[in-house]
Write a protein that binds this ligand. Sequence first.
Ligand SMILES: Cc1ncc(C[n+]2csc(CCOP(=O)(O)OP(=O)(O)O)c2C)c(N)n1
Length: 357
Amino acid sequence: MAKEERKAMPKSMKNPETSFKELVDLDVKTSTETKVEDLTKEKSISMYKNMENIRNFEENAKRFFAAGEIPGFVHLYAGEEAIASGVCAHLSDDDFITSTHRGHGHCVAKGGDLNGMMAEIFGRSDGLGKGKGGSMHIADIDKGILGANGMVGGGFGLATGAAMRNQYKKNGKVVVCFFGDGASNEGLFHECLNMASIWNLPIVFVNENNFYAEATPQWYASASNTIAERAAAYDMPGVRVNGKDLVAVYDIAGEAIERARNGEGPTLIECVTYRNYGHFEGDGQSYKAQSGEEKEWAEVDPLNVFREYTIENGIMTEKELDEIREQSKKDVEAAVSFAKESPEPSLDSLYEDVFAD
Ligand SMILES: Cc1ncc(C[n+]2csc(CCOP(=O)(O)OP(=O)(O)O)c2C)c(N)n1
């Protein structure tokens, strides 16, 4: 196709000729170029454990949703584990996160109780929301989890408000706002990045670019090639990182969170990733490439990337990694049993917790 012809095409048609690999690699930072001075064994264990817990949580959610035991919708986070684990490793219970409809991973990494989370998605009374919220409304204020969110882009306003509160209280606490590529085209994204910048708020916007919003490719719906480059419009740093590379995410997020804690303002991080499964469980995924570069990227497993890194760098042995994996499987199976044994909420409790006293 002639260049002039292409230029005349609508923006939304501009990228089909770009290879998938080019999109993934565009200005991306990886652990080969980032230095991790303080990646201790203890930190590595806890981050890997979180990745395993997320993966096992999601595999079980998939299984029991298919069996008809989990009501409502579930949107699985499998494939994106390195992002939540690498970012939340820098946060304490007093720091806040806002999550998305694909929120299980964020909640696990931020310290959400596996039993309480599993019971919640099973709709049982011992769930974190007493079984009345389900998968898209998991929250635990004591752990700084301000909530998963069924509204795409719904976290921006909550996160920015919470960051304003932290700044007002001068408590040195940080807020992380997780959001998808689809959410980056919502109006609130622009409003909140602008406000966060003019007020120099202690917040980090963490984009999880898995290249699809439901079935709509990012390159079809986004005017900019990358999401990170939009940071320039709001006078804040914008970094693009390999979101399947835990070490890279941990490093880049660490810098941004420290800046926010030191009163140096917000950062936008774009983590390039992929979801292992459909948009929601039951999605046929006919819109995803079945071969080629996209499939190759889909097959990169963030858990294996980290396993190889820690073995090669002498941080952990294969045996130690396997033990963590086995323990995680047991813990998540125990969470499933806990959920199944928990009673459904009683009819009498229908109006409880609806209004504040
Ligand atoms: C305001 C709003 N618009 C549309 C929807 C329907 N919807 C649910 S998830 C989704 C796609 C979101 O994509 P993205 O932000 O990239 O997150 P991902 O699912 O890829 O993690 C859409 C359009 C919604 N829930 N809320």
